[in-house]
Ligand binder design. Structure first.
Ligand code: TK8
Length: 342
């Protein structure tokens, strides 16, 4: 072998040895651990599929040492109780709508304001950008680390009394809502009789006619089989629900930097998978819901405008409760996204 070839071979062997030792070092930064992830949705819901993707990602990056285990359908408790366990460090993770968290982080209620986002692009840019990031210290104060914002989606009304084609059709409908004042006030303003209730109780409340209806995104209405106990689905898209992917801060702070980075990276991988699937499936799922017996109706833009008008006082009243700084930051970002300075 010529001397030149010998030198090239030596360099290649050295590079391979360096890579191998770096990989070993990186592996060494991982400790064998099982991380429990609690959620109210089922395994096949887009969020459930995103969780599977996130777990695969973490296993690959950690050489199998980081085992993320999904617990579906509120098996470890509902949003509120599971979030409390995460805050105290007795549970590693919960994926929950932000709405039930407003008791601990009032500013999160900005995302519950009716008709805040017009489309998913606006939601992504607000949540994945500096506005979403600005909540990090607020989560930290509550003992939480939010790894990413995933998508529950635009919410629609189902009920068993009548199709909602205009705001008057909401009159007197006993509607389960998430447990926060924005939802309570919004559906009071629309004329319904809102009943705050944990997600885990919704199916049986509908089945026993304790409530007439509920409101949730299309994927959840299907995944939770609400079509079995509801007659009408009205495509109100009245608000957009983000999902927080929360890790217990007291536990997160004990992880190595490699483990923390892996969780953050894989939460983004899971987020993108979950959004992609949910958005790709929406129309197919609506058609499936029709075939499962739900009477589905759109609402005219004129009637949507009347609904927006009806809930405007709720939005105005909430500005002070949520905090003017937070509301204005979101509105400014939206104005920028919509291409018009307000
Ligand atoms: C799932 C809930 C659900 C929410 C609700 O755990 O309570 O209606 O939309 O996504 O967080």
């Amino acid at each position: 072998m010529t001397q030149q070839k010998h030198i090239i071979l030596q360099a290649a062997l050295l590079a391979a040895a360096t890579l191998a030792s770096q990989a070993t070092l990186a592996q060494g930064a991982f400790t064998e651990r099982t991380i429990r992830m609690s959620t109210g949705v089922g395994k096949t819901h887009p969020i459930g599929l995103g969780m599977t993707k996130m777990a695969q990602c973490a296993a690959e990056k950690s050489g199998g040492k980081m085992k993320l285990m999904s617990y579906h359908d509120n098996a470890l408790g509902n949003d509120t109780t599971a979030s409390q366990q995460v805050r105290t460090g007795s549970l590693e993770m919960v994926l929950t709508s932000t709405a039930p968290l407003v008791g601990a982080i009032p500013q999160l209620a900005v995302f519950d304001l009716p008709f805040l986002f017009t489309n998913e692009r606006e939601a992504d840019q607000v949540l994945d950008g500096k506005v979403g990031d600005s909540f990090a210290p607020k989560f930290a104060t509550a003992g939480l680390v939010n790894l990413a914002y995933w998508e529950n989606g635009f919410r629609n009304v189902t009920n068993s009394r009548r199709a909602v084609t205009k705001v008057e059709d909401m009159q007197g409908v006993k509607l389960r809502v998430m447990q926060n004042k924005v939802y309570l006030d919004t559906f009071s303003a629309l004329g319904s009789n809102p009943v705050p209730m944990a997600f885990s109780e919704v199916y049986s409340a509908l089945e026993t006619n304790t409530v007439d209806g509920q409101e949730n995104p299309i994927a959840l209405i299907d995944n939770m089989k609400f079509y079995e106990v509801q007659k009408y689905l009205s495509l109100t898209r009245h608000s957009y629900s983000p999902v927080a992917v929360l890790y217990s801060k007291s536990l997160f702070d004990k992880l190595s930097s490699a483990e923390q980075a892996t969780l953050r990276e894989c939460a983004i991988v899971g987020r993108d998978e979950s959004r992609r699937i949910g958005r790709a499936q929406e129309n197919t799922t609506i058609n499936a819901l029709k075939s499962k017996g739900l009477q589905v109706n759109e609402i005219s833009s004129a009637e949507m405008a009347r609904m927006r008008e009806r809930v405007k006082p709720v939005v105005d009243a909430q500005v002070k409760v949520i905090g003017e700084e937070t509301v204005h930051a979101v509105m400014a970002e939206l104005s920028k996204i919509r291409g018009s300075a307000k």
